[in-house]
Write a protein that binds this ligand. Structure first.
Ligand SMILES: Nc1nc2c(ncn2[C@@H]2O[C@H](COP(=O)(O)OP(=O)(O)O)[C@@H](O)[C@H]2O)c(=O)[nH]1
Ligand SMILES: [Mg+2]
Ligand SMILES: [Zn+2]
Length: 300
């Protein structure tokens, strides 16, 4: 399923988009939680008599178990979580060096969610053409390749890194996620020229500006694969993680986790904490540890 608009769920089936409705609820793999189909889901559907001239219609009857998902917690006091996309190979965490300013706290939150969900994140640092302080950026980003996260520097203006990004997308299902204004939609149109026309076609009926991404949807890439643009993320809450296990989602903490005095150590106030010792020795970056403490505080 590639797009949801109101109650219409668009299923891509052999080069055809089938506008489906959804009845009832579906039971899928994750525990016994009942969830509705989300973008990226593989679904079973049944053809129905065509409703109008806008194309074939159907009814979704089942959702296949998801091999991956990417989710954040609900915002605005609502409980639970919101799945941003399912069955994705990568999530590109798109941030910019300027306008908006690079927010490593947000990068770390999104990395934590990706680790929890078992989806491979790629850090994209866009608007590299606006970079003023190379040494500062290099220092900020230094911990990530050490943890074996891929970091790609891009510019829609100069074209830097666009080829690398496009190469990673070939034949895969991926999505762009990140703060509003970081350049997600610009990257999408640079990677897939002509896509803007397709997007504006689709969204023209909503009357929203064509540069405003209001929902997540997957676009077919001519190189093969699917790429999703998503609305900007203002807050990115972590769901479904216990304080005692948050450290497991920090790749740089991993070598030290067995070394704490208490096996329920949250690596904050406890004595004889191997993680804190590693921070003091400089083996774990202070910025990462700071991100960890902030996420820890936000849990429960
Ligand atoms: N200088 C520069 N500006 C960019 C770059 N990428 C995007 N922008 C600009 O940043 C603004 C926000 O881009 P947009 O793609 O709408 O961001 P989104 O909210 O993440 O989809 C637009 O004015 C773009 O022209 C880039 O690589 N360099
Ligand atoms: Mg956008
Ligand atoms: Zn500890």
């Amino acid at each position: 399923m590639i797009r949801i608009k109101g109650s219409d769920h668009y299923v891509y089936d052999f080069d055809e988009e089938v506008r489906c409705s959804v009845r009832g609820r579906f039971r899928i793999g994750r525990g016994d939680s009942e969830v509705l189909p989300v973008v990226g889901d593989v679904v079973e559907y049944r053809r129905e008599p065509q409703r109008d001239s806008s194309g074939p219609s159907g009814l979704i009857i089942a959702v296949k178990p998801r091999r991956s998902l990417f989710a954040r917690s609900e915002t605005g006091g609502r409980k639970g979580y919101r799945i941003l996309g399912a069955n994705l190979d990568f999530v590109f965490l798109v941030h910019s060096v300027k306008d908006p300013v690079l927010n490593v706290r947000l990068i770390d939150r999104m990395l934590t969610a990706a680790e929890r969900d078992g989806i491979e994140p790629v850090i994209v640092v866009n608007k590299i053409d606006l970079l003023e302080d190379e040494a500062k950026l290099a220092a900020t980003l230094a911990p990530y390749p050490e943890m074996e996260y891929a970091v790609v520097r891009t510019s829609v203006v100069t074209g830097e890194g666009i080829g690398d990004l496009a190469g990673m997308m070939e034949g895969r299902s991926t999505m762009l996620a990140g703060p509003s204004g970081a350049g997600k939609t610009s990257l999408l149109s640079r990677i897939e020229p002509g896509i803007e026309a397709r997007i504006s076609n689709v969204s023209s009926s909503t009357g929203k500006g064509r540069h405003t991404t209001t929902h997540f949807e997957l676009h077919r890439l001519s190189s093969g694969g699917w790429l999703g643009d998503s609305p900007g993320i203002r807050e990115f809450g972590i769901w479904g993680v216990e304080k005692e296990t948050l450290g497991e989602y920090f790749r740089d903490f991993e070598p030290y986790l067995g070394g704490c005095r208490f096996n329920t150590c949250t690596h904050s106030h406890e004595p004889k904490c191997a993680v804190k010792e590693a921070v003091e020795e400089g083996a774990i970056s202070e910025a990462r540890y700071d991100s960890y403490l902030r996420i820890l505080e936000s849990l429960e």
